[in-house]
Structure formats: C-alpha cells, structure tokens
Design a protein around this ligand. Structure first.
Ligand code: SF4
Ligand code: SF4
Length: 257
C-alpha cells in the first residue's frame, strides 16, 4: 500500500521509507508499508517518521521523546542495524530505500513499538541501585567519592536503556532468559561503586548461567551502543571477578569474598 504525497513535497527530492506495520486488531502478521518522505540534509529518520505521522498516516505508532539521544525511546532497526531514529541522518541513506523495523529480539506491541516487559523484569532482577549495609545518619553528611572511585564506573552510568544492545546481541536472540548486556552492565556499575555493598545480593542473577556465562563475547552490544557504554567489557570483567570469588569461596570457606 502506498500513501498519497502532500502537494508541497512534489517539487522536492524525496526518499522512500519501508516501515514494518503491525496492528494486531486488523492484521494477523506484520507487513511492510511504503511511504514517500521529503529529503532534507538535516533530517534524521525520526523526522521522516514524524512527517508521515503528521501529514500522511496518523495511525503509524512508534516511541520517541527527546529527539537528542538522551531518552532512549526511539531505538529501531534501520536497514537492518539497531539505531536510534534520532541519530540516523537521512543523508547517510540517501541513495536507496530506508527500511525501518522494530528492534530485533523483542515481541512487537504495535508497528515499531516493542514489548519491553521482559527487559524491565531483567533490569529489576539485578537490583540496579546502590545498596548500603547500613544507612548513615544524615548528620554524618553525604557519601563522598574520589574522582578515581567515580571513574571506575562512570561510563556505565551513561546507559539510556535504548535496548540497541539487546537487538544486536546474538545470544539475546537465542535465549530469551539471558539477562543481557545493558542489565549486566548496570549491575557491574553498582558493583564497582564504592558506596555499594550489594554485590552478593546481585550474584545469584549476575553470575548465573543466564547471566554473564551466557555471553559469548561477540562484542556486538558495545559496537552499537550510542552512548559509548561498553557492556561487553563489563560482562568480561564480571566474569573475572565472579571466578575469583568462586576460588576464594573454595580456598577460604566461610570467608567473605
Ligand atoms: S558480548 Fe555478550 S552481551 Fe555483548 S553482544 Fe556478545 S554475547 Fe551479547
Ligand atoms: S548499554 Fe548502550 S545500547 Fe545498551 S541499552 Fe544502554 S545505552 Fe543502549
């Protein structure tokens, strides 16, 4: 099915978007729909989708919010690669059709909107927050850190939960129970935080077969991350730390790892 092109675009250079549509109330399975959009040098794929939504087909569904690679909402497959739609310029796809699909390895809720429930469960399972053995009384002041202590985990705080890494990870495609790169990187972030004492509480999930040991270190997660987080490194570092803890527990039974 093709759209009707607004009059004002007829004189401009145009591009073709092939967008995967799925409206479960009227369709049994997803299928592609083609839209023609104006080409502009400064437009990203999200602008093209917004053009479709505003001028051509208001029924098209997708998530977005900030338009500046901060909210993590507009992750989708663009010509087969996981990308933020607000970070993918039309000029990089100028000489061909742009195929837009929901992120791989997630069920489709509707059109480009994926179901995130399983990811939210995995995220919660690693307890992604600072756990203190005992709260300090307020009068003792804040929990201070040195710049070096901050540097140990800072890159992992940049994660925006865009889920591009789950779409890129082959293990996420093979095993829906794999905790996955972003959640494991976030667990590592808190394990490295000098204010946190929750490593043991996270270990059952993090150091399980469906945690770090499911990762085969392909590294695709780190390659696609738009925030330069390195989940593959986090997972490999966690493997080393978990192995050391395992040996310590056997050499000094009863000792705290
Ligand atoms: S390094 Fe591990 S988590 Fe990252 S893509 Fe490869 S298998 Fe997935
Ligand atoms: S680690 Fe990177 S790719 Fe993965 S969810 Fe976080 S920001 Fe997105």
């Amino acid at each position: 099915m093709t759209d009707t092109m607004p009059l004002e675009v007829l004189t401009l250079e145009v591009l073709t978007l092939e967008v995967l549509r799925y409206r479960p109330e009227i369709e049994n399975e997803p299928k592609f729909q083609t839209y023609t959009v104006p080409y502009r040098d400064d437009w990203v794929v999200l602008d093209a989708l917004n053009h479709v939504k505003d001028h051509v087909d208001a029924t098209l569904s997708y998530r977005w919010s900030c338009h500046m690679a901060v909210c993590g909402s507009c992750g989708m497959m663009i010509n087969g690669e996981p990308k933020l739609a607000c970070h993918a310029f039309l000029r990089d796809y100028r000489h061909g059709v742009i195929r837009v699909e929901p992120l791989d390895h997630f069920p489709i809720e509707r059109d480009l909107v994926i179901v995130m429930d399983r990811f939210m469960e995995k995220l919660a399972s690693v307890k992604p927050y600072a756990i203190a053995k005992a709260e300090k009384p307020l009068e003792e002041g804040e929990y201070l850190q040195t710049p070096l202590q901050l540097m140990a985990f800072k890159q992992y705080t940049q994660c925006i939960n865009c889920l591009l890494c789950y779409a890129a990870c082959p293990q996420c495609g093979l095993n829906d129970n794999f905790v996955g790169p972003a959640a494991l990187a976030l667990a590592h972030r808190y394990n490295l935080d000098s204010r946190d004492t929750g490593k043991d509480e996270r270990a059952d999930v993090v150091a399980s077969n469906e945690g770090i040991w499911e990762c085969t270190f392909v590294g695709a997660c780190s390659e696609v991350c738009p925030k330069h987080v390195d989940p593959a490194a986090a997972i490999q570092q966690t493997k080393i730390s978990a192995s050391l803890d395992w040996f310590k527990a056997r050499l000094w039974p009863g000792a705290h790892p």
